[in-house]
Design a protein around this ligand. Structure first.
Ligand code: KG4
Ligand code: ZN
Length: 340
């Protein structure tokens, strides 16, 4: 029998709800972003984000159900993001899911937001295990070895800023607006990526595959202070080239090291045109199958939460009403020594 899962995600600044069938077919997918609210501050204001979630959660869930043409009676389980993310934002989704589950006697499963990003790929592609997953978002930049559902070994993570965070911070210092990723992506396409060479952090000599983006951000800041008349398109292109180089090379290195023949890209930054193209080019050259979600499924959405939630529910996982959101919630295992 077909199983419909209602997904809910309020981990950051997007209020999202979706109905997904059997973990792969999107029946409805509603995302209400708050960009207009946060734009004037050049970043997310957590207090405003949670207040906005409170206002939007009911209409967004209602719309997901009505667009799907289903009622709560048709829903097999509610999958909700319980972390990682902004605690006040997560709290709205988790409390709402708990009340919905209690009032309508629907089972509930808890999903890690990062697991959701990885599972966004299954909404459009069939991917065999094992694979290497690069999750690159506003809050995270990590490489995981995924051997099967619920087997995630983190083999690299960022030591400081996430790649998306670097995009947002660089956009702020160049006074471009928020979110910075799409704006820089656009400007970079008009600039010369070879005009300015920004540093690529490499921790490999220390035996680590980890990422670091804060030095790059400082280099852009110093450059734009030193050369206030420099072409901002070139700065954007130079910055983006450094990010894309590091992400693609590190992912290919990890795939080689772990003898993985498949790479899956996910998270907001994977909407980036240059990253998508470069990754595809390098993977093809290395005879690696490369999978990426369409741009709308790269950024935060609840369809990916329903997709991952389906597998939890099928396995018999169930969250009870003691479920609490967690701002810090690592996915899988991370062993610094083994990851080398
Ligand atoms: O996955 P996501 O929607 O939320 C988090 O879980 O963090 O990712 C949001 C991040 C933001 O930092 C945003 O600037 C970045 O993804 N982003 C992009 C692009 N679109 C969104 N970064 C680079 N290029 C893009 N086209
Ligand atoms: Zn995300």
């Amino acid at each position: 029998m077909l199983m419909l899962i209602l997904g809910i995600d309020t981990s950051c600044d997007d209020t999202a709800a979706a109905v997904v069938e059997d973990g792969r077919r999107i029946v409805s997918n509603i995302v209400s972003n708050q960009n207009e609210i946060h734009e004037k501050y050049g970043g997310i204001v957590p207090e405003l984000a949670s207040r906005q979630h409170l206002e939007l959660i009911v209409p967004v869930v209602d719309e997901a159900l009505s667009r799907a043409g289903v009622s709560l009676q048709d829903i097999a389980a509610i999958a909700v993001t319980h972390g990682p993310g902004l605690i006040g934002s997560l709290l709205v989704g988790v409390c709402f899911a708990k009340s919905l589950a209690a009032a309508h006697d629907i089972p509930m499963v808890a999903v890690n937001h990062l697991e959701g990003h990885i599972f966004s790929i299954f909404l459009e592609h069939d991917v065999d295990y094992p694979f290497l997953a690069l999750v690159v978002s506003g809050g995270h930049t990590s490489l995981y070895r995924v051997d099967h559902f619920d087997s995630y070994r983190e083999i690299a993570r960022t030591r400081d800023d996430a790649a998306g965070e670097a995009y947002d911070k660089v956009a702020k210092l160049l006074q471009l607006g928020y979110p910075g990723g799409p704006l820089i992506d656009e400007m970079a396409s008009r600039g010369n990526p070879a005009a300015i060479r920004f540093p690529r952090a490499n921790l490999k000599d220390k035996g680590s595959m980890d990422f670091s983006f804060s030095g790059l951000k400082t280099a852009v800041l110093n450059y734009s202070r030193k050369y206030p008349d420099a072409d901002k398109n070139d700065i954007a292109a130079g910055f983006q080239a450094a990010v894309v180089d590091v992400l693609t090379e590190r992912a290919l290195d990890a795939a080689r090291l772990h003898k993985l023949k498949r790479i899956v890209l996910s998270g907001g930054v994977s909407a980036n045109k240059s990253l998508r193209e470069e990754m595809q080019r390098k993977a093809t050259a290395d005879h690696i199958d490369f999978y990426l979600p369409s741009a709308a499924l790269c950024t935060d959405n609840a369809a990916m939460i329903a997709a991952a939630g389906y597998h939890h529910f099928k396995r018999g996982d169930k969250a009870d009403f003691s479920l609490n959101p967690r701002a810090y919630l690592p996915l899988g295992t991370y062993d610094e020594v083994q990851s080398r």
